[in-house]
Design a protein around this ligand. Structure first.
Ligand code: GLU
Length: 471
């Protein structure tokens, strides 16, 4: 384990071409955890060099996703495209030192030479690698290529994958600047990581090959390479690469499904990283424990049951006022009409329902009874429960409750029990008609809790309505 140091700098470098994918969110989280663990800094770089695919909406979606997850950077974000001049400056440096060359081969000719090399099973090489351009040549369009060292091995000492080797003869001379002088991805990443002082690059293993190319650029510039850690991608529950058919992939979809951000952080931290058998842990614990050695080499599988388990744990620990607000939002999303008193009722209901809920949507289902507006519409089943002797008893209970001042759940429980005893009946004769009158058939907690959540006036009002309707 590396000792904590204040010099660690990590970054999350999304390409803004869509929503924040949960794989990206996990990469951001790992980088954030690693920086926090080492009292370092976590940075964000928006890789918007692909002008056709990058959009402002995607930038917003990514930042919205990160804010929802509460993963904030320790500095202003860097936008890669705005640094193009700096990238070109570094290319000039590489040209001067002979680590890059201008390639005047037309795109067509390059395609032809590439096909030829492929057919002969050799690496494509531009004829300009070893040719000096004349002054006239310099005026014509060209790309700038990296002049890789030949006949050597480039080794990436990856913290997750171990040492990975490539023969440089198998890599081609990468384009650094396109003919419109736009810098290419691998060059921009190296320059930006260097200038941002990034010490640890933690990212998906789909970038492992880029690490080889980037390492050669670092070496050519005489810059120290960062520590690389390439993490296996997330797979679906069936072990196949995560795709649409596995369900939600965007972070905002998890928010909409009613998961809490702290639960998502807890769950995502476990997705591909482990600290013994610990499944449920706080941010503080994750920060204390997070290390690169705990990252697995095999792809982690998304497991919705586990996620639900983690979420229910965090729901139980969450503050009721916060849960009431989130549940209110979920009701609004469902198009439910809300009244002024509903938030207070939802908040009172939270302690009674949150133990059984897996998501905020469950909380919304289980609290729908508090939102019903008076008078509730009783169906035939409810009406059948509210007749004859039962109805008289309900009227007596309503009277008794109206004299009862405390609406505390334990006091109500005792009062209901005392009433049942005074009537000489079991609670089974009281519960179902009460529930019918109070909720008109909606799911609800036990009667004392239902009364407590509804509050005194609403409870007595609903009982009155029921008695009125069934008279
Ligand atoms: N922009 C790249 C991506 O979104 C990440 C590059 C990197 O982390 O080096 O896949």
């Amino acid at each position: 384990m590396t000792s904590p140091s204040s010099t660690v700098v990590t970054r999350f470098a999304p390409s803004p071409t869509g929503y924040l994918h949960i794989g990206g969110a996990r990469t951001a989280l790992f980088n954030w955890l690693y920086a926090k663990r080492h009292a370092g800094r976590f940075l964000i770089r928006v890789e918007d060099t692909d002008r056709e695919r990058s959009t402002d909406e995607a930038v917003k979606a990514i930042f919205d996703g990160l804010s929802w997850l509460e993963l904030f950077a320790d500095d202003e974000p860097v936008f890669q495209f705005s640094r193009a001049d700096r990238h070109r400056e570094v290319v000039d440096q590489l040209l001067e030192t002979g680590h890059a060359y201008r390639d005047f081969t037309s795109a067509e000719e390059t395609g032809r030479l590439r096909d030829e090399a492929k057919a002969e099973k050799r690496t494509f090489e531009s004829p300009w690698r070893d040719r000096e351009p004349t002054v006239d040549d310099l005026a014509s369009p060209h790309v700038v290529r990296f002049r890789r060292p030949k006949a050597t091995t480039v080794t990436v000492a990856d913290e997750v994958q171990g040492d990975v080797n490539w023969s440089t003869d198998d890599l081609d001379d990468l384009v650094l600047l396109r003919s419109d002088s736009a810098p290419t991805y691998n060059l921009a990443v190296v320059v930006d990581d260097h200038d941002m002082g990034v010490t640890h690059v933690i990212r998906g293993d789909d970038h492992l090959n880029n690490a080889a190319r980037q390492s050669l650029i670092y070496d050519a510039l005489g810059w120290m390479r960062p520590t690389f850690a390439h993490i296996p991608l997330i797979h679906g529950p069936d072990g196949a690469k995560l795709s649409k058919r596995h369900g939600a992939q965007a972070v905002h979809e998890y928010a909409e499904m009613g998961y809490l951000p702290e639960a998502m952080r807890n769950y995502l931290a476990r997705l591909g990283w482990a600290h013994g058998d610990d499944e449920l842990f706080s941010d503080a614990q994750a920060i204390e424990w997070f290390d690169l050695a705990g990252i697995g080499k095999a792809p982690a599988r998304l497991d919705f049951d586990k996620l639900a388990h983690v979420n229910s744990h965090w729901l139980r620990l969450a503050d009721d006022e916060r849960l009431a607000k989130l549940t209110l939002d979920a009701h609004l999303q469902k198009g439910h009409a809300l009244a002024e008193a509903d938030e207070a009722r939802l908040q009172r209901a939270m302690p009674f329902v949150k133990d059984r809920a897996k998501t905020i949507l469950d909380l919304a289902d289980q609290t729908a009874f508090v939102l019903k507006s008076r008078p509730l519409t009783l169906d035939d089943k409810a009406k059948a429960l509210l007749s004859g002797e039962t109805l008289d008893r309900l009227a007596r209970l309503r009277e008794r409750l109206s004299l009862f001042q405390s609406w505390d759940v334990f006091a109500l429980e005792a009062e209901l029990k005392a009433f049942a005893e005074s009537e000489g009946v079991g609670f089974g004769k009281i519960g179902p008609p009460m529930r019918a009158a109070l909720t008109a058939g909606s799911t609800s907690p036990d009667i004392a809790r239902t009364l407590s959540a509804l509050g005194r006036d609403e409870s007595l009002g609903r009982l009155d309505d029921a008695l009125q309707q069934t008279k």
